[in-house]
Design a protein around this ligand. Structure first.
Ligand SMILES: Nc1ncnc2c1ncn2[C@@H]1O[C@H](COP(=O)(O)OP(=O)(O)OP(=O)(O)O)[C@@H](O)[C@H]1O
Length: 253
């Protein structure tokens, strides 16, 4: 069974149809890049996968069941601009998510349990290359280091699905390519299924195993909100072959 199934999925906000006729299956372990014009509903799609937005029509199934309508440990998320607790160190920020789930009301754990969480957090920081920065505070980190921290935080919960909303969009080119290597390694090490929104088509082609293009095919000048975007290209990417060009005609998926 596919990990995720989208069946005639739609999302409306009031009168505005944002997404329509989304029909795809996604297998465990795929790395799906999502591109499309600004405002076409990419973040809305990610929010439905995360569970902070629910579908208006159709079905969104995880392991054959409707996806839970609130975020849980199955799904980790990293945004372009990252928010942290500024008064906590790098290590403290990574430990925090785990402390909250272990001690729901107080958000603090002590003794042996805390020791175990600390060791896991330190191991995760080493995986993202932040082992030497664990005692720094967020304002002392570069943009790339902040995104490494965001990845460490998201992976602490051992998610199956990692949702990335333009995670490298604000970084310099040199730092971006370091982050590309890191995300490729983490994808393989943690056996993740990744959805990544990007505005950089080249980034999508080079990192992902599949590329989805969201676009509006139907326009009604008298009712601009009546039609939403859908998946107009669904391209498997074979990294053994040179990157293929986009087909010349849109194919409605
Ligand atoms: N909570 C909301 N309430 C009402 N409308 C919303 C809400 N969230 C998004 N929208 C609308 O849905 C449409 C799609 O927005 P979304 O942020 O998903 O697009 P996007 O493709 O991610 O854009 P960008 O590439 O600029 O980030 C926009 O017209 C936006 O105004």
């Amino acid at each position: 069974m596919p990990l995720l199934q989208l069946k005639n999925l739609e999302k409306h906000y009031g009168e505005q149809v944002v997404l329509e006729r989304l029909n795809i299956d996604v297998e465990e372990g795929e790395f799906v890049a999502i591109v499309g014009a600004s405002g076409c509903g990419k973040t809305t799609f990610l929010n439905m996968l995360l569970g902070t937005e629910s579908p208006t029509k159709g079905q969104l199934l995880l392991d054959g069941e409707p996806i839970p309508d609130e975020p849980d440990a199955h799904r980790g998320v990293v945004f372009q601009r990252y928010s942290v607790f500024p008064h906590l160190t790098v290590l403290g920020n990574v430990m925090l998510a785990e402390e909250f789930s272990t001690a729901r009301w107080l958000g603090r754990v002590w003794g042996k349990k805390r020791q175990v969480i600390r060791q896991r957090a330190q191991a995760m920081l080493a995986q993202v290359g932040l082992e030497h920065a664990q005692n720094k505070y967020p304002h002392q980190l570069s943009g790339g280091m902040q995104q490494r921290l965001a990845l460490a935080q998201a992976l602490m919960k051992q998610p199956r699905i990692l949702l990335l909303d333009e995670p490298f969009g604000a970084l310099d080119p040199g730092i971006r390519s370091e982050m590309h290597q890191l995300i490729t390694r983490l994808w393989q090490q943690h056996n993740l299924t990744i959805f990544m929104i990007t505005h950089d088509l080249k980034e999508g082609f080079s990192l992902a195993s599949r590329l989805l293009v969201f676009d509006k095919l139907r326009h009604d000048p008298h009712a601009p909100q009546a039609w939403g975007a859908t998946i107009t290209y669904d391209l498997p990417l074979d990294h053994d072959q040179p990157a293929a060009g986009l087909p010349s005609e849109p194919q409605v998926a």
